[in-house]
Design a protein. Structure first.
Length: 359
């Protein structure tokens, strides 16, 4: 990527001088408002040799219909806190609608279990949560950030810029021959705020085309981290509506480490079946309800049991574990089998006694 050249002498596209920050944000918001419904498949790829060879890490599906969304993800591995990649398949499923968020983590949708999730089998390694609505205009899930539709993991560009710390006036800059507007500010969601520079392109309906992140970890000897995310391919499913189909991310201090998100636009602004936007939990699953301050054992589309006292829930789970162990205890099974002949003998004696009485 060529160095940025500040082009303060350029005139805005309107020809009447530089537009204000608010007018630029309004144009970007108009771009976002054109995306009413969306179905995409996103694949995450990683390269350790500067892009010569690639390996696929994860894939996800994102459905959006108005204010409702569904995000399902399957991952082959993860990077731990020490920066080491570890092979382990994980799954997550989340649904967002006004007033409620549902998330289900660790549940393999393709697995077949002999019994429903319970405390006895540790809910098959899965967990579930119900929470309240997300903040208005904020990002509900990962895909908007990965697809460069949002500025940060928390906010779309208008909200981010208006609420950010140390926001600077937008600048018109030139990047590889393209004239872009750059918004720079710090994300106050973090205790050590990273600094974002977000670039929007007037030639692509003011879509985000580049994101730069600068962050200095806490500690006197910390080395600043600088990452660049840029759209390398766009599609135009409707005249004037530009959506990213390939986004590349890299940390400048590690030029050989490259991540890429490859996006397939399944449908744009077409109706999506409401059933596909709903997330229901498997029967038997323990669900933490942050809205109501309670815990549920899920049933058929609704809570089967509800516990508002955690001690009661623990007692219930302990009873489930105890019953499960007794059923699977070999000694208990042997004792039960030993009783069967005795019952048969009693039944035989009783039949003989009844026969004599009748005679």
């Amino acid at each position: 990527m060529c160095p940025l050249v500040i082009a303060g002498l350029f005139l805005a596209a309107s020809g009447s001088g530089d537009p204000t920050a608010e007018s630029l944000l309004a144009r970007h918001q108009a771009y976002l408002d054109r995306i009413h419904a969306l179905e995409v498949r996103i694949e995450s790829w990683n390269s350790r040799d500067g892009g010569r060879t690639w390996s696929r890490l994860e894939e996800c599906e994102w459905l959006k219909s108005g204010s409702r969304e569904r995000y399902r993800q399957a991952t082959k591995g993860y990077v731990d806190l020490g920066g080491t990649y570890r092979e382990r398949a994980t799954w997550s499923d989340a649904a967002y609608q006004p007033g409620e968020t549902r998330e289900l983590h660790g549940w393999d949708p393709g697995a077949v279990f002999r019994d429903e999730p319970s405390a006895a089998n540790r809910y098959h390694g899965a967990s579930a949560v119900i929470a309240g609505t997300i903040t208005a205009d904020s990002v509900s899930s990962g895909p908007p950030f990965l697809m460069m539709l949002s500025a940060t993991m928390f906010s779309y560009l208008p909200q981010f810029y208006r609420t950010a710390a140390r926001a600077e006036a937008p600048r018109l800059v030139e990047v590889e021959g393209a004239r872009l507007w750059a918004f720079q500010a710090e994300d106050a969601h973090y205790p050590h705020p990273p600094r974002f520079t977000i670039y929007i392109d007037p030639a692509r309906s003011y879509a985000i085309v580049r994101r730069e992140v600068e962050f200095t970890p806490p500690g006197a000897a910390s080395v600043p981290i600088r990452a660049v995310h840029e759209v390398v391919e766009f599609a135009e499913p409707e005249p004037g509506l530009f959506l990213p189909t390939r986004v590349r991310m890299k940390e400048l201090s590690k030029p050989d480490e490259v991540s890429e998100y490859r996006i397939r636009l399944v449908s744009v602004n077409r109706p999506i079946d409401e059933a596909r936007l709903r997330l229901d939990f498997p029967p038997g699953m323990k669900v933490q309800d942050l809205k109501e301050g309670s815990m549920h054992i899920w049933g058929d589309g609704a809570p089967r049991l509800t516990f508002r006292d955690e001690a009661q829930l623990r007692a219930y789970e302990a009873s489930i574990v105890t019953r499960s162990r007794s059923r699977s205890n070999p000694a208990a099974w042997l004792a039960a089998l030993a009783v069967v002949p005795l019952l048969l003998l009693l039944w035989y004696v009783r039949r003989r006694w009844i026969a004599r009485m009748v005679a």
